[in-house]
Design a protein around this ligand. Structure first.
Ligand code: ZN
Ligand code: ZN
Length: 182
């Protein structure tokens, strides 16, 4: 969890490898309705230069979530970059460290949160659930009238349901528009 950078401080510029596992709290994923499946692996190197520790690593994490469209459970592994600086006195875009010990947990959590997609899907072309009967359209079809689901958002649907009265049906009074019965 904690990284001792004493050797790095004594050899500025030299890179030191590390490979650690972190049990992160699911709370950080709460707003995303997701949870960690395994400990998060962080693998890379760090070096010391001018009172600053530079960390370059890959964060490998697996989360479980429900697809935003079809609500199926999904397990997915992500691999993201961690490139952060750790400094002794507060600075923008850097994390603090004390003595020769770095605790990268906050940096790891921040990078994971930023990497999460806004829309979490089981697949990019997930068809979702039928809005009428709730059938998972990835797995089967249903007989619901898809026009009904389209209608409220589609003003042209209303135009298609209109026809000119009077001209074709021989009526003498119907000259305006009338609505066709469905
Ligand atoms: Zn889905
Ligand atoms: Zn349906």
């Amino acid at each position: 969890m904690l990284i001792d950078v004493l050797q790095a401080r004594l050899s500025p510029g030299k890179r030191f490898e590390f490979d650690e596992f972190y049990n992160l709290n699911n709370d950080i994923l709460d707003i995303h309705n997701a949870k960690f499946v395994n400990p998060v692996e962080v693998k890379g190197n760090y070096y010391f230069n001018n009172k600053t520790v530079f960390v370059n690593a890959k964060i490998i994490y697996t989360i479980e979530f429900l697809c935003d469209r079809c609500a199926e459970k999904v397990n997915r592994t992500y691999k993201i970059d961690l490139c952060e600086r750790f400094v002794k006195t507060q600075e923008d875009d850097a994390y603090l460290y004390d003595k020769d010990i770095i605790n990268p947990q906050k940096a790891i959590e921040d990078n994971i949160i930023l990497s999460l997609p806004i829309e979490k899907l089981c697949s990019p072309d997930c068809k979702g659930l039928c809005k009428i009967c709730g059938t998972n359209l990835n797995k089967s079809k249903c007989d619901c009238d898809s026009e009904i689901t389209v209608k409220p958002d589609n003003p042209f649907q209303i135009l298609q349901n209109l026809e000119l009265g009077g001209a074709n049906n021989g009526s003498t009074k119907g000259k305006g528009l009338k609505i066709k019965k469905r």
